[in-house]
Design a protein around this ligand. Structure first.
Ligand code: DC
Length: 682
């Protein structure tokens, strides 16, 4: 997951391959609540791990619900069976609407039944999201509900500590035209008190019906059969009672599928790969957003599928502009707005008033950000009309503001396929954690870019200059991959030792020995796993850092055969979205086209001091005089060898970090980098 300020996505060229989607947010949070309210325990598999589900899990645990991960990956929820072990609690629900609404209804009823009192709050945006219609419905029932801030909005206090007589005789009236989540909340909560038939009447047209279908479907899985009269009256039969289905899988998120459906529809296919395959959700999905498939087909996508899988290829190109009522796919419809940027005319998405009360006002957000990219956009109370940039030259490199809205961030990543080959900056990319924490990793896994367009920052310099620390930190701040090229030479030294090959300088001068070492280097069985490095299945991370390994590396690195053998391996690190590479010849030999090259220096005394402190802090005995001597010897060997000697690239920026701390050096490199991006003027 990218916990960084912004993520720069290079221009993307093609896509192909398979994606496995995380579990659906709507299903995950409903299933969690149902399991908690049921009699018996439920094992939930493929549950989404995201901000919203974590909020729900934390709330349920606070309410006394026991939740245990199982060895097989399932999460076991021990149902409360209608009991209320904790009678007062303050629950913080972040920005998770799928937790706030149903917990409000369920806890209002439970508090009234058992004499409890609960306070529910969230982040500032949550306190701007209306909940008055649900509050009204609960008050009709006789539940004490107080709005602690503004009337009609969270934070809320539910119950007053005293049991209440509930009025279940009159039909409960709830508005259906603001958010279907109010009706869902009542449907999920009322079976708790269904001593007699309970009727719910929907006032106004019911929006987002597919989400009600998910609710009804899941209620049935937990033993409650709601009767439905059209979309205006729902009856919960007397005696309804939640019982655990035992085990329940969560489908992949159909709204998340929309980004990959769109990707398959708009990206040229990667040669040798047959379009995009989506696993975990398919044509048998109970989620309404699966009907995004129909909308994408209207725009030209070629989509085939099975019960639990979809396959997408680009069909019509450019995409076909459409005019569509999107009431049935409110969330996925945002993805159509980005597909519209690649269409042959003006696309109009209608009946999307609910966008205004989501994580942000999504009509304003989509309009503003599409305009930044060069599109012409008209917005109304309940529609958006998008005309793509007239020509490639009309596209703009935009820094996309994401409004703490996961869907805005995911949608606009697709703008990186723009015909002008401009990069796209996504601000606050970690907001995707709400539903799809690894979205960008999944995207980059199936997308290709021209290698030359994938940025590389080179950080070269002598031994112990602090390159490694600086490079790792810069990579982390930018969300880029990291290449510690020194580790590769250290690995060769280590592998030679294991294979019984001498790395003494005299031996290495023998052509046969150099040949053997080259062969060894080209067949290295190495795996990089975050900071850990594995050689032939053994974790060698610590062995690699030793002084002996460093000296051996310095010797083998002078062998041209070894350097040649490691070339392809090093080029392979240049992957989306970018790379920070540290070493001796990153800027001069390996990535000569890198847009930023830094040459890091510090005096030999400084570096010996640092290495000394490093070793001592690890409890390794060290002698400063011999460290300095070793260092100077390595400097001399590294810079005097015939092949790829250590020297600054002609276009390198020099950074003497003798007087700087790590953060100051990082800031200097990030400032240089920012100046190289097209976003520096933003
Ligand atoms: O950066 P380091 O100390 O891990 O590097 C170990 C040795 O590897 C160093 O003495 C020289 C060699 N090396 C190299 O020749 N080229 C590189 N790009 C990186 C390291």
């Amino acid at each position: 997951m990218y916990s960084i300020d912004h993520l720069d996505i290079p221009p993307l060229k093609s896509a192909g391959g398979a994606v496995r989607l995380p579990g659906s947010k709507s299903i995950s949070n409903r299933v969690l609540l149902l399991a908690a309210l049921s009699v018996g325990h439920t094992d939930i598999t493929d549950l989404l791990d995201s901000d919203d589900t974590r909020v729900m899990l934390a709330a349920l645990a606070q309410l006394g619900c026991r939740i245990e991960p199982q060895d097989d990956g399932a999460l076991r929820v021990h149902g409360l069976g209608g009991a209320l072990p904790v009678k007062t609690a303050q629950l913080f629900l972040g920005n998770a609407g799928t937790a706030m609404r149903p917990l409000t209804a369920a806890l209002a009823l439970l508090a009234s039944q058992h004499g409890g009192a609960f306070e529910l709050s969230g982040i500032a945006r949550m306190h701007e999201r209306p909940i008055g219609d649900l509050v009204d419905a609960l008050r009709q029932l006789g539940c004490p509900v107080d709005c602690l801030g503004q009337e009609g909005y969270p934070p809320l206090r539910l119950g007053n500590g005293q049991p209440q007589a509930l009025n279940l005789d009159a039909p409960i009236r709830v508005r259906g035209d603001v958010s279907s989540q109010f009706l869902t909340a009542l449907l999920l909560a009322l079976p708790l008190v269904a001593r007699k038939d309970i009727h719910i009447d929907v006032v106004g047209e019911l929006i987002s019906r597919p989400y009600i279908e998910i609710t009804l479907n899941l209620l049935e899985r937990f033993g409650v059969q709601v009767q439905r009269d059209g979309w205006s009256r729902f009856t919960i039969p007397a005696g309804s009672r939640y019982t655990s289905p035992g085990r329940i899988p969560v489908e992949g998120d159909a709204s998340s599928a929309s980004y990959f459906i769109a990707l398959g529809a708009l990206a040229p296919a990667t040669p040798g790969r047959d379009g995009i395959t989506i696993e975990g959700v398919g044509l048998a999905s109970i989620q309404g957003d699966i009907r995004f498939v129909e909308a994408a087909r209207l725009m030209g996508a070629q989509i085939t599928g099975e019960a639990n899988r979809l396959h997408i290829r680009r069909g019509l190109w450019p995409l076909k502009a459409i005019e569509l009522d999107c009431n049935h796919i409110p969330d996925a419809a945002m993805t159509l707005a980005v597909m519209a940027l690649y269409a042959d005319g003006t696309t109009t998405l209608r009946n999307i008033a609910s966008w205004r009360v989501k994580e942000t006002d999504r009509i304003v957000a989509m309009a503003t950000e599409c305009r930044k990219l060069g599109a012409t956009v008209e917005e109304g109370a309940d529609f958006i009309r998008i005309t793509p940039p007239a020509t490639p030259a009309h596209w703009r490199a935009a820094s996309i503001h994401t409004y703490d809205d996961h869907r805005v961030a995911m949608c606009f990543s697709l703008a990186a396929f723009n015909p002008a080959s401009l990069p796209v900056r996504i601000e606050d990319p970690k907001c995707v954690a709400k539903t799809f924490p690894d979205y960008f990793e999944a995207l980059f896994d199936v997308c290709q870019a021209d290698a030359a367009r994938i940025p590389v920052i080179c950080i070269d310099g002598p031994t112990a200059s602090g390159k490694g620390t600086l490079a790792a930190e810069v990579a982390q701040r930018l969300g880029y991959h990291l290449l510690d090229s020194g580790a590769l030479y250290r690995l060769v030294g280590l592998a030679a030792g294991k294979a019984g090959l001498s790395t003494a300088e005299d031996d290495l001068r023998q052509p046969e020995q150099a040949q053997r070492l080259g062969t060894l280097a080209s067949g290295l069985q190495v795996r990089f796993d975050g900071p850990r490095i594995w050689l032939d299945g053994v974790d060698v991370s610590d062995a690699l850092r030793s002084e002996v390994a460093g000296m051996a590396a310095s010797r083998v690195s002078a062998v041209p055969e070894v350097r040649a053998a490691l070339l392809t391996l090093q080029h392979g690190f240049r992957r989306l979205p970018g790379l920070v590479a540290d070493g001796r010849d990153m800027g001069t030999v390996i990535f000569p086209d890198a847009p930023l090259k830094v040459y890091l220096t510090a005096s030999a005394e400084q570096r010996a001091q640092r290495r000394y402190k490093q070793l001592i802090s690890k409890g390794i005995a060290a002698n400063i005089t011999s460290l300095l001597a070793d260092l100077e010897k390595r400097d001399h060997r590294d810079s005097s060898r015939a092949h790829a000697p250590l020297k600054p690239a002609e276009d390198a920026l020099q950074l003497d970090n003798s007087g700087l701390d790590v953060e100051q050096s990082v800031q200097q490199v990030l400032n240089w980098w920012q100046g190289k991006t097209v976003f520096s003027g933003n």
